[in-house]
Structures are given as structure tokens and as C-alpha cells.
Design a protein around this ligand. Structure first.
Ligand code: CA
Length: 260
């Protein structure tokens, strides 16, 4: 079997060398680029199995590079990992809703990065194997999972649950807050749906990862925090004066029970 090609876009030679060495000694073929333009050219010439993008690049930022790579043939099929140096960047990555496992915060350990790459590759190979046909991919992505529950034989918990100002219609994957339907990402929805099931019950970050994420081992506690943050912002947009989610420092989160 050939070694998976991993495109590494990082302008700091020290970091690029560390990543390339870690990947190279663990069964991967790293290809290092120091700029976005070079990355686009290499990607177009030979799409890698996975790409690691630094966000702070000399000629464009990692988000712009991400968009350019996505527009290349086959670009949407290549999983991406962002390297971020600041927590503000993590919020942006999460905000893009590329999936929770799409970033690694600097400083990181090379072993952690390689483990992450391995997990993401395994998952994307599984997903590719499960894909019915290439033409249906885009359609599937637009459809929230569970929407076509009958076809997948996966109808469960199709009851509406009310918890204070929340009304959860599980069959529709819809949560209303003070009567207003919320537009939630997959993870925000999963987190809120879990909290709503048991108002007052404290869920640890680890429990939330287990409940909501497909691959909890590849995610971090901080991922939960980042999605709770974006979820809170959406709730605040509906009712500014209210924070229905309690934070238990160092432990986890709970839905407040004393809500009108
Ligand atoms: Ca940089």
C-alpha cells in the first residue's frame, strides 16, 4: 500500500519540519508548502489524502486557502485540519461548521497531530465507503441526518420534549426557544438536545462528547466549550437577558431548571 500523501501548509520552517518529521516517521508522505499559492498548485497537480493548513500564511489566510482548495476538482473530498495559534481563530473554525475535529491549537504535540490525522483519515475512508454514489454526495450533505429517518430505518425519540422555554421536536430535529425555531449546527443541536432531556442534570464535557460526537476520542473538551459558546450566542440573539445554560467550572454544563 502506498503511504497517504499529507499536504502541510505552514510558513514557519521549524513547525513545518516538526510536522513533516512526525508524519514521515509514522507511515505518511508529507508534502510541505510555505504559502497558499504553492499549496493550491500542488493540490491541483496531485490531490493529497488530507491537508493541514496553518491559518496565518504570508499570502492568504488559511480560511481563504480552504475556500480555494474546496473549489478545485476533488477538493471537497479531502479532509482538512487547521492549525490555529489563537482562541479567536478556533471560534472562527468552529463557526465555519467544517466539523469539530478540524483544528489543532498551537502549541501541539507532534504525536497528537499524527494521531488526529490517522483518526480523520480512517473516518473519511469509512464515509467514502458508505457513500452510495458520487452524484448523491452534495444532496446528502445538505440534508440534516435523521431527516430521512424512514429510509435509514432510524426513527427514534420522535417525541416533542418541553423544558422551560424550549420545545424540542426530535422527529424534525428542531428546537424552539421562546417559540422561535433555532438554526443550529449539528453539534449545537446535539448539545442542546442532550441538555434539554434532563434539565438540571449536570453533563460533564466527556459525557457530552460521548453523546454528541461520532468520534469522541478524536475531540477535545475544548471543542465542547467552543460549541457551547456559539450555541449561547444564538440563544442570546433570541433572548438577550437570559442564559439558560449553566456552566459548572471544570465540570461541565446543565440546563437551568428555573426558567419561565
Ligand atoms: Ca504562520
Amino acid at each position: 500500500m502506498t503511504k497517504p500523501l499529507i499536504l502541510v501548509v505552514e510558513d514557519e520552517p521549524g513547525i513545518a519540519d516538526t510536522i513533516a518529521y512526525a508524519l514521515g516517521s509514522d507511515g505518511f508522505t508529507p508534502e510541505v508548502c510555505a504559502s497558499g499559492a504553492e499549496a493550491v498548485a500542488r493540490f491541483a497537480a496531485r490531490p493529497p489524502q488530507l491537508a493541514i493548513l496553518d491559518i496565518g500564511l504570508p499570502d492568504m489566510n488559511g480560511f481563504e486557502l480552504f475556500r480555494q482548495l474546496q473549489s478545485l476538482p476533488g477538493g471537497k473530498d479531502v479532509p482538512l485540519v487547521f492549525l490555529t495559534a489563537r482562541s479567536g481563530e478556533i471560534d472562527r473554525v468552529v463557526g465555519l461548521e467544517l466539523g469539530a475535529d478540524d483544528y489543532i491549537a498551537k502549541p501541539f504535540s507532534p504525536r497528537e497531530l499524527v494521531a488526529r490525522v490517522r483518526t480523520i483519515l480512517r473516518r473519511s475512508q469509512r464515509a467514502a465507503a458508505a457513500r452510495p454514489a458520487a452524484g448523491q454526495q452534495d444532496q446528502e450533505k445538505k440534508m440534516p441526518s435523521g431527516h430521512d429517518g424512514i429510509a435509514r430505518g432510524a426513527i427514534k425519540n420522535e417525541v416533542s420534549v418541553e423544558a422551560g422555554p424550549f420545545l424540542h421536536d426530535a422527529g424534525r430535529r428542531l428546537i424552539r426557544y421562546h417559540g422561535q425555531p433555532l438554526e443550529l449546527s449539528r453539534y449545537e443541536y446535539g448539545l442542546l438536545a442532550t441538555l434539554i432531556q434532563r434539565p438540571g442534570r449536570v453533563f460533564t464535557r466527556d459525557e457530552l462528547l460521548q453523546q454528541v460526537w461520532d468520534d469522541p476520542a478524536a475531540s477535545f473538551d475544548r471543542t465542547v466549550d467552543a460549541h457551547i459558546k456559539t450555541l449561547r450566542a444564538k440563544l442570546r440573539a433570541v433572548r438577550d437577558s437570559e442564559d439558560p445554560i449553566r456552566t459548572l467550572r471544570g465540570v461541565g454544563y446543565a440546563l437551568r431548571e428555573d426558567l419561565p
